[in-house]
Design a protein around this ligand. Structure first.
Ligand code: ADP
Length: 456
């Protein structure tokens, strides 16, 4: 049974169930058909005998008088009249009934004759003080065994036919019902073999389990495709970003080899190499950090954290000109958070605020509670971000036109910021007006439960 397909298993199940039901039905029919036909025969006997009773009377001299409506044989019922001494006065005893059945008033019973069983019903018709006659009805009992044999014969002939039909019908219905699943499997196999994630399985019409399965599979392929694309894009962007400083270093070296004769030129070249190496090192650091956050190899220790203290401390340590960084921090704001990760998040936002700010512009850092949220906003009066770019700034390696902002970077900072916000059960929002400035806000749930260590 294990190696049978589901379709065959279903068909076998139908057949077994059908056979069981047919057997039960047959047994039931046989059971009731016997008792019903017996009851019908007994009713028939009683009705005929009672009708004849009304036609029986005895004259004054004791002689028997039968009315015109008296029937000696009607509907299979023989009616006989016997004297008090049990001598037959009228009617004819059927040949096959030879039983010497004693008379009993008003009781239907069976008696075995030579040729079969009979129902017998007697009535005493009294006359005068002590006289009277017996009226006896006889009806041959229906031949039940024959009826049963016929029924059995019919069942033996028709049942295999029905069972065959049930098996065939069950198998066909199951095959039809499973066809969408086979198509799904075939398409999924094709996608697997061709490694073509852009293909989708066909969603069967209607709304059933297969439709939902197909839709879920398609969603899964969609996500897989997006994540493969993102991975490919990430690798391409990372190599591209690393290639730029490497080629600058290479050409600086070549230049120095050819023309770097004076110590001045050599110093300049080394300074350039140093800058590019710093850039590469920062980039590699960011890439490593993002990968660790993604893979969960870096752990976030969410503990009760004095966010007000953290923000004030970090703002105080910034190397920017005095008066350009303006913190507005509500006292005593604490969250469940990881100090190192939140420091990295805030540092990124502050750096961006200055990087994409106007010369001599300002950056405001605001921390406060708002309803059941803690909000940390970093606002600047810089270049701002165009509407259509606002959604994209969170993507890895996304940079708005670097020529417009005039700043260098790899486009990884904000995606890391968003990741850190998510790891704290929060999210980031951005409001920006091109030419006026931007405001990046971290929303964190306030008053979270016990400190918990989470793997990220
Ligand atoms: P990076 O700064 O290294 O380019 P980010 O992920 O930090 O990368 O930022 C992505 C892009 O979003 C930046 O290239 C910049 O164009 C834009 N951006 C980020 N912060 C600001 C800001 N405060 N004002 C204007 N543009 C910004």
């Amino acid at each position: 049974m294990k190696r049978l397909s589901v379709k065959v298993k279903l068909a076998v199940w139908y057949v077994l169930l059908m056979a069981l039901m047919a057997a039960l039905l047959l047994g039931f029919l046989l059971g009731i058909s016997g008792s019903v036909s017996n009851q019908t025969a007994m009713n028939q006997l009683e009705q005929e005998v009672r009708t004849n009773l009304t036609q029986v009377s005895l004259a004054e001299d004791g002689s028997l008088q039968l009315g015109e409506g008296f029937r000696f044989y009607e509907n299979g019922v023989y009616t006989l009249v016997y004297s008090q001494g049990e001598a037959l006065l009228a009617g004819q005893v059927p040949v096959s009934f030879s039983a010497q059945e004693a008379f009993e008033n008003g009781l239907t019973r069976t008696a075995d004759g030579t040729g079969g069983r009979y129902y017998v019903l007697d009535f005493w018709v009294p006359s005068g003080w002590d006289g009277g006659v017996w009226v006896r009805g006889l009806l041959e009992a229906p031949d039940n065994p024959q009826a049963i044999a016929n029924l059995l014969l019919m069942a033996v002939v028709t049942m295999p036919l029905f069972i065959l039909l049930a098996a065939l019908g069950g198998y066909l219905i199951a095959r039809r019902a499973f066809r969408p699943l086979e198509q799904l499997t075939a398409t999924a196999d094709a996608i697997n073999e061709a490694a073509d994630l852009s293909r989708r399985v066909e969603v069967p019409p209607g709304s059933n389990e297969f439709t939902r399965l197909a839709a879920t599979l398609n969603q899964m392929f969609e996500r897989l495709e997006r994540s493969f694309e993102a991975e490919t894009q990430f690798t391409a962007d990372a190599s591209h970003e690393l290639r730029t400083p490497v080629s600058v270093i290479k050409s600086a070296c070549e230049y120095a080899e050819k023309y770097g004769d004076t110590p001045e030129e050599q110093r300049e070249t080394i300074a350039m190499i140093h800058r590019q190496a710093d850039r590469m090192s920062a980039l590699i650091g960011q890439l490593l950090s993002i990968t660790r956050l993604d893979q969960g190899t870096e752990k976030a220790r969410l503990t009760k954290l004095d966010l007000s203290g953290l923000v004030e401390g970090l703002c105080a340590d910034q190397p920017y000109e005095k008066g350009r960084l303006l913190p507005q921090v509500e006292e005593g704001v604490s969250v469940q958070g990881d100090a190192a990760l939140l420091t990295r998040l805030l540092q990124n936002l502050i750096d961006n605020g200055f990087k994409y700010g106007k010369p001599g512009g300002h950056v405001w850092v605001e921390l406060g509670r708002k309803g059941d949220e803690v909000r940390l906003t970093v606002r600047d009066d810089g270049v701002g971000i165009e509407k259509e770019a606002q959604e994209k700034v969170w993507q890895r390696f996304y940079q708005t036109d670097p020529s417009r902002t005039g700043a260098s970077g790899a486009g990884l900072g904000l995606s890391m910021v968003q990741k850190i916000a998510q790891l704290h059960g929060g999210h980031m929002t951005l409001e920006s007006v091109p030419g006026l400035g931007s405001a990046f806000t971290l929303h964190l749930p306030a008053g979270r439960g016990d400190p918990a260590e989470e793997k990220i």
